[in-house]
Design a protein around this ligand. Structure first.
Ligand SMILES: [Ca+2]
Ligand SMILES: [Ca+2]
Length: 253
């Protein structure tokens, strides 16, 4: 398939399971330089053989995967010996992604695949490694260690989830970011609030702090203070009820 039409994160519509929004904490001025190597930008471990790995190239130059002997290895169930090695073939342009998919994945995933492989793949408790030659450049999980069922828990675990890379502000990474101006002043008005009530008890009060912009999964949902998101783009995040201590030893669990 043509690589020129691809864009970062194009596996997203293929999600077969829920993904999660992970708040991103960062310090201004911590933006990193351009990555010098490829890395896993998305991991899909869905039902059946719906499995895929997305690899991002942010190096600034086209990479010939075969010529540079890039390969993906899978270490199954805590084994310290690779159970599967897939030599990658093809090129990936700068700013583009390369998708390696299980050959029996569903059509939505396969439509995005640049390369497929029909062997048995990871199912959550395995280590997945990206190498250049014999040099490990990215790892999901830990080689030689069996986590039991999965790495992590819930909707951010490596079993039955889609994981997208977060945590760093740079090309190729997914991010949830709020740009907040703590010094800005505003007057609270019910019409400006995003709830279904036409009333607020704080009407007319002056408040400090304005959210300027919000990015969810890399997409702008608030820009210059105005909501520009699409209905249904948000995702429900289930959490446990806080164990609050009220008074005299009474707790809400
Ligand atoms: Ca396994
Ligand atoms: Ca699974």
């Amino acid at each position: 398939m043509s690589s020129s039409s691809k864009s970062r994160g194009r596996l997203l519509p293929a999600l077969l399971v829920a993904t999660v929004v992970i708040p991103l904490v960062f310090a201004l001025g911590s933006a990193r330089a351009q990555p010098t190597e490829l890395f896993f930008s998305e991991y899909i471990e869905g039902s059946s053989n719906n499995k895929a790995l997305e690899i991002f190239n942010g190096t600034g130059a086209t990479v010939n995967l075969g010529a540079s002997t890039y390969n993906v290895q899978m270490f199954f169930n805590g084994s310290s010996v690779a159970g599967l090695t897939i030599n990658l073939v093809g090129t990936v342009a700068d700013g583009d992604v390369f998708v390696l998919a299980q050959a029996s994945a569903g059509p939505t995933i396969l439509a995005q695949a640049d390369q497929t492989n029909g062997s048995g793949w990871f199912n959550g408790d395995d280590a997945v490694v990206l190498r250049k030659g014999t040099t490990v450049i990215d790892v999901i999980g830990q080689i030689g260690f069996d986590p039991g069922t999965e790495w992590g828990t819930g909707v951010t675990s490596t079993a039955d989830n889609t994981l997208r890379r977060k945590g760093t502000i740079e090309a190729g990474r997914d991010a949830d970011i709020v740009l907040f101006d703590p010094d800005a002043q505003r007057i609270v008005r019910a019409v400006d609030l995003h709830h279904t009530s036409d009333y607020t008890a704080y009407e007319g009060m002056e408040a400090s702090g304005i959210v300027r912009s919000v990015f969810v999964r890399g997409e702008a949902v608030v820009r210059d203070g105005a909501f520009v998101g699409q209905r249904g783009f948000g995702r429900f995040l289930e959490r446990q009820i806080a164990n609050l201590r009220l008074a005299s030893g009474v707790t809400m669990a």
